[in-house]
Design a protein. Structure first.
Length: 221
């Protein structure tokens, strides 16, 4: 008789690692406890010891993205510059896993890392002149806007396959380019830019600049 092999130890953090890869490639619909169990060579019951259901696993993914945010240290720079730096750090972390960015929204006030980011944003906004309640509203809407910036990145919504992605973008550009330039002179002229940005760096820099400029504008009213 052969001795039974000892039960395989399952590291929940490695399960999250695998789920991130799977979601990046195929979207969150592909992330199931059964499939992850197969990937790790265990039974689904082994995963249920760490994650009570798929929602619990998705929450762990959201927490991981938030934990990846590297908050800059406070400086003597004006509050709006520090705000820009914090929001940039947030977006930088989300860009690594754009298909999962929206999972962070419901974890910001639950996970320790999310609470630290929230506290830092409130500190900066109240320093800038907002009362605490307005700072909370401004901070919440800013986070929502930047999550949307990531999830609606034109490249994020396209197929991961570079050939299929370029074919899709080409068709969209052609559709706009085929419009009447007499009826839609500006739309046809800007067809390329309307379909997809030419620079991801510029896309995100502009998005963050708009958020910060909007917050400053609201404060001046």
């Amino acid at each position: 008789m052969t001795a039974k092999e000892p039960p395989r130890r399952l590291d929940p953090q490695k399960v999250v690692d695998s789920a991130l890869v799977l979601a990046d490639e195929e979207g969150t619909a592909a992330v199931t406890l059964r499939r992850l169990a197969q990937l790790h060579g265990v039974t689904p019951m082994a995963l249920y010891r760490h994650f009570k259901d798929k929602d619990d696993l998705l929450a762990a993914l959201g927490d991981r993205l938030i934990a990846n945010v590297v908050l800059p240290e406070p400086t003597d720079e004006p509050w709006d510059k520090q705000l820009h730096a914090v929001l940039t750090a947030f977006v930088t972390a989300l860009r690594l896993h754009p298909r999962l960015a929206d999972l962070t929204l419901f974890r910001m006030l639950v996970s320790d890392d999310g609470l630290q980011i929230s506290e830092r944003l409130l500190e900066i906004l109240t320093e800038g002149g907002f009362d605490v309640n307005d700072a909370a509203e401004v901070g919440r809407q800013s986070v929502c806007t930047l999550i949307s910036l990531v999830t609606t990145d034109p490249l994020t919504r396209e197929d991961n396959d570079p050939v299929k992605r370029e074919d899709s973008l080409r068709m969209k550009r052609a559709a706009l380019g085929a419009l009447s330039p007499h009826k839609y002179p500006l739309v046809t002229a800007a067809a390329d830019a309307l379909v997809c940005h030419s620079s991801s760096t510029r896309y995100y820099e502009l998005g963050i600049d708009l958020v910060v400029a909007g917050i400053c504008g609201v404060l001046k009213k």
